[in-house]
Design a protein. Structure first.
Length: 456
């Protein structure tokens, strides 16, 4: 998220209520917009398709197919997302902008080639009993998603947040329109809309990179050099994405809580929708996270390390350290407050929302605990962001590993305990990782000057 703070500071400098509202709105939309658009787009296709009498089984097959594609593609590309962004950041620092596009093309060739090959094998083995058109569309969707995650994370590193949001709006808007127009062709029509929308999304974002960072070399693989690899970032990317999806996979693959939908793909009726609804409640927390961490904290972070590099006085360095600590504490406190309000809002509107969606009120406890878990995840993300600024990759690796393993173990325990405890495994895993992260953050900030000077 480095760079978004510049835009936020411009809005906050207005020193008015309007500027404050604009800053939080901008942060919320930029931070959660693409993800919210993707979820709302898929749900919208389902609701509108049902309204025009598309069989419910086909809608379910489409949404489950897309959900699995998104989950697997995120995990498959997790190894390159953070590491490649770091590689590009280093090249930009060296003023070697011409390497951006050529290395992006090289990485896309590798990622989409490997993922396409693996997808091709699965398409003709795991889905052998289904039509060729569906298998080809699934393969195309998977390859496109893998490419989209790579280009999205790169554009985030290049601070093109507005471009990302606009392209996601265009891509998912087109997905909804084309899927609805192609609904007479059933599942294949819905999948065609998904593929076409994502093709436009992928090409649009690639063109933005190509226009901003032209290169005389079509393709390069410098990112694969040993000295350019960041193994810790590669592992962190995989572990975090795997940790986020672990509880979902367990509920999908556990027979008592799931059902077969299409081919090897399963879904959990009792778990999926409350989870998606809960994630929609984190938008306020993401807004606060970006505004507070990316403005106040980053401002004093820059001053602190500038003073260290330029020989500032010890008193000034300590003052900047204290301001950093205060900014982190204030940011986390505000995230806690706003997500507490979001949780109360979920409690108030939850019954009416589930009733409007035709969902039994028996799902309310799961919705509440998932909202709590998603709220805790915002705090965990804020902590990870601070640790990334402090370049504590080994610590981040440990925290993401803890989150992943804890989600696996706790969710397995709740599955054994029964329906009353569903959702508590994920929430407990995030809470454990968050508490450990807060402990280590307090220790790191307490001896920041010592560690900083020892590393100089």
């Amino acid at each position: 998220m480095a760079g978004i703070g510049f835009e936020l500071r411009k809005l906050l400098r207005k020193d008015s209520l309007l500027g404050l509202v604009q800053a939080y709105a901008y942060a919320g939309v930029i931070g959660s917009g693409p993800w919210v658009l993707s979820i709302v787009g898929m749900l919208l296709i389902g609701f509108l398709s049902a309204a025009v009498v598309v069989p419910g089984s086909l809608i379910t097959q489409f949404q489950v197919s897309v959900t699995w594609l998104i989950a697997i593609s995120l995990i498959a590309t997790g190894a390159v997302q953070l590491a490649f962004t770091r590689y590009i950041s280093d090249r930009l620092f060296e003023k070697r902008d011409e390497l951006v596009l050529s290395n992006l093309n090289g990485l896309l060739l590798v990622v989409m080639g490997l993922c396409g090959s693996a997808g091709l094998v699965l398409a003709f083995t795991a889905f052998s009993g289904h039509g060729l058109t569906y298998r080809v569309l699934m393969l195309a969707g998977f390859v496109l998603l893998c490419g989209i995650w790579v280009v999205t994370i790169l554009l985030s590193g290049l601070k093109r947040y507005k471009h990302i949001l606009l392209m996601y709006a265009l891509g998912y808007g087109l997905t909804v329109v084309v899927a609805l127009l192609a609904r007479p062709w059933g599942l294949n029509g819905l999948m065609f809309g998904f593929v076409l929308g994502h093709l436009v999304l992928f090409l649009g974002m690639w063109l933005i990179v190509a226009a901003g960072y032209p290169s005389s070399e079509a393709m390069s693989f410098d990112f694969a050099r040993k000295e350019a690899r960041y193994l810790s970032l590669m592992v962190i990317g995989v572990l975090y994405n795997l940790g986020v999806w672990t509880d979902k996979f367990l509920f999908w693959l556990y027979p008592p809580t799931s059902e077969a939908i299409i081919g090897p793909l399963r879904a959990s009726v009792i778990y999926d929708l409350p989870v998606f609804m809960a994630y929609l409640c984190i938008l306020p927390g993401m807004a606060v996270f970006l505004v507070r961490i990316e403005t106040d904290f980053v401002e004093y972070y820059d001053r602190f390390f500038d003073a260290v590099r330029t020989g500032g006085s010890l008193e000034y360095i300590e003052d900047m350290r204290d301001e950093m600590v205060y900014a982190v504490r204030q940011g986390l406190a505000e995230i806690a407050k706003i997500q507490a309000l979001a949780l109360l809002f979920a409690v108030v509107v939850g019954p009416a929302a589930l009733e409007a969606l035709g969902i039994s009120s028996l799902y309310l406890p799961l919705f509440y605990i998932q909202t709590l878990g998603a709220s805790l995840q915002v705090g965990f993300l804020a902590l990870l962001n601070v640790f990334f600024y402090l370049d504590r990759r080994r610590l981040i690796l440990g925290l993401t590993l803890l989150f992943c393993v804890a989600n696996l173990v706790f969710t397995l325990i709740t599955l054994r305990l029964g329906a009353l405890y569903y959702g508590y495994g994920y929430a407990a895993a995030v809470l454990l990782a968050l508490v450990c992260g807060l402990y280590f953050l307090d220790r790191r900030l307490g001896k920041l000057e010592y560690e900083t000077f020892m590393l100089q």
